[in-house]
Write a protein that binds this ligand. Structure first.
Ligand SMILES: [Ca+2]
Length: 300
């Protein structure tokens, strides 16, 4: 259930059932999920809004604070503090999603500023808006009505059921599990898509964040297979199975190395927390991968 699409959540409002990935459900049925890369508070809000029709998270109770804290500690073991979605003026809080100012959890000495959650203490503090830290998105908060948040007049969803709609790219993504390259390729096609190509830092980040296991490990068990295929022994000899240009390739340090001349496929190290986090590795096509990412254009 945790991998049900965000879009399904938006449309059907199955908020309890469909909190995506390694998200956590708060007291109102709202869903919190972490994004583990660094952004300013404005960028974080922009990212939650543009990619997920969400906002940076509003926290309305001690229960929700604990839910977010537990989830953030689990998913971002190296983070010290994260943006949530409020601005403090020294007296009251304005939440980005329009939620009322009903709960505060500041530690001592909190000056006016944008609110961060300290993952060591569980208390809130404030930071300059241009501080670069990870962040929490919240879906289905007090005023984030999924039905009205969907900016379309059509009743037809832009993606099939269980595909994640990412509005920024007008693209649908879905993962399939426990597959080698050949099986993944067939599965994606049978679902109406194709193994995913990736063409920008933004797309790489979104795909990694959506389909990582949330383990935060470097143990090699959480690879994410995507649709790159080696066509020869040279370093540049890769193509995308969907036929799009080979125009982006954030290789991990020392990769591609075509170990034993047998690495004809491509994976994202989506769960790593070191300098190779979300970087790419050429890999063996016959491995069974934890997950592979399929992609297809959205209907609109
Ligand atoms: Ca390799």
């Amino acid at each position: 259930m945790r991998f049900l699409s965000i879009f399904l959540l938006l449309i059907v409002q199955l908020v309890y059932a469909a909190c995506p990935r390694d998200g956590a459900v708060g007291s109102n049925g709202n869903c919190f999920f972490s994004l583990s890369f660094n952004q300013t508070s404005n960028q974080a809000e922009h990212f939650c809004a543009n990619y997920f029709y969400a906002h940076t998270a509003s926290i309305q109770s001690a229960f929700d604070n604990q839910v977010v804290l537990n989830m953030a500690r689990d998913t971002m073991p190296n983070a010290a503090q994260v943006w949530i979605g409020g601005t403090y003026d020294g007296n009251g809080i304005t939440w980005n999603d329009g939620s009322p100012d009903v709960y505060k959890n500041f530690g001592p000495n909190s000056d006016p500023g944008d609110i961060v959650l300290n993952l060591a203490t569980g208390k809130w503090a404030t930071a300059a808006w241009n501080t670069n830290i990870p962040f929490i998105c919240g879906l289905g908060g007090a005023t984030t009505n999924p039905a009205t948040a969907q900016p379309t007049t059509s009743c037809q969803p832009p993606c099939p059921d269980e595909w994640v709609y990412v509005a920024e790219f007008k693209t649908c993504y879905k993962s399939v599990y426990g597959v080698d390259f050949g099986t993944a390729d067939l599965n994606c096609r049978s679902l109406g898509g194709v193994l995913a190509s990736i063409h920008s830092d933004e797309e790489n980040r979104v795909v990694s964040e959506l389909f990582k296991a949330g383990l935060g490990t470097n143990d090699g068990n959480s690879e994410l297979l995507i649709g790159g295929k080696r066509t020869g022994p040279g370093i540049a000899d890769f193509t995308w199975v969907d036929g799009t240009p080979w125009d982006y390739h954030p290789w991990a340090s020392g990769q591609p190395d075509n170990t034993k001349g047998n690495e004809y496929c491509l994976e994202i190290w989506a769960d790593r927390t070191d300098a190779n986090s979300q970087k790419w590795n050429d890999c063996t096509c016959t491995n069974k991968y934890r997950a592979a990412v399929c992609k297809q254009p959205a209907k609109y």
